[in-house]
Design a protein around this ligand. Sequence first.
Ligand code: FES
Ligand code: FE2
Length: 337
Amino acid sequence: MAEFVRNAWYMAAWAGEVPAEGFLARRLLGRPWLVFRDNGVWQMVEDRCPHRFVPLSRGTFSNGRIACGYHGLTFDGSGACVHNPFGPIPEGARVATCPVVERHGGVWFWPGDPALANPDAIPDFGFIDANGSVARSHYVMAVNYQLIADNLLDLSHAEFLHVESFGSNGSLFSHGAQTVAQDETGAIWNKWDMTGAPPPGWAASMVQDGETVDQALHIRWHAPANLALFIEMRRSHDTGPLVPPMANPHILTPETAQSTHYFFTHEPGPEAEAMARRVFLEEDEPMLAAQAEAMGEADFWDMRPLILASDKAAVLARRRLRQLIRREGGNAEDAPP
Ligand code: FES
Ligand SMILES: [Fe+2]
């Protein structure tokens, strides 16, 4: 049973997470990898020595080469063994590698057939580059990546789970309209547009008493789980924005089937970072962890979930992902009824 799409771009790390003269060791899609630069060129090799299978990350790194800390076999970024302290290089002495490129400050890898790896297929996160001062962060959430994508694709949960942070006091239901769309880039969009609504708590001080706002809450999904959130707000009947338009990446890469690397950005400074972490780690994660625990090993669709109108985008995304996994010959875990 395949758990992940292979022929797809995933983010391994923010470039800044990788030391200039060293490597980053990270588990991605269930396998341990090393990410590093060799003369400025990104490389990614499996963090597992083919001799006795110890992590190469226990060894030493120098000039784009890693010497195993157990018996000294040394490998370069192409995966080739370039030194054997005991004599000639043994035949077949290689470690696995992945195509890897840098885009939008992230290091992206392609775990599938290297011949199919086209960097143009990396979703456009150009808005990250456009914001010169943005801070990039990462943490690991102990749940399956599809549960997090479901969560992001249905922002109506903000009215219940994020009441204190970015919920809009119920105006999503009283003043909101939902549009689900697919675009030419292969993205699935879930767009909530609130018109003539009371301002959410965080914007209340920006308008006069009794004044209403129009708010757009749009989320974009590209397979496998690369999401972007766009928020805009203006005074009703006003053309200019009330706050600068916001665009945030929510890029998810499975660490394992039960844990996920979550890449996000925030305004610089400890306050903005604390706010982002509070929303994700204190509001979303406990709910998702409880959901994962309640579901146990059971398959999502086998449990016959109730489907609400607000789930449409998440269902489309799960269906798209299932098709992609099936096309690669795996049996998708999720088969919608
Ligand atoms: S385990 Fe790596 S060289 Fe022996
Ligand atoms: Fe949330």
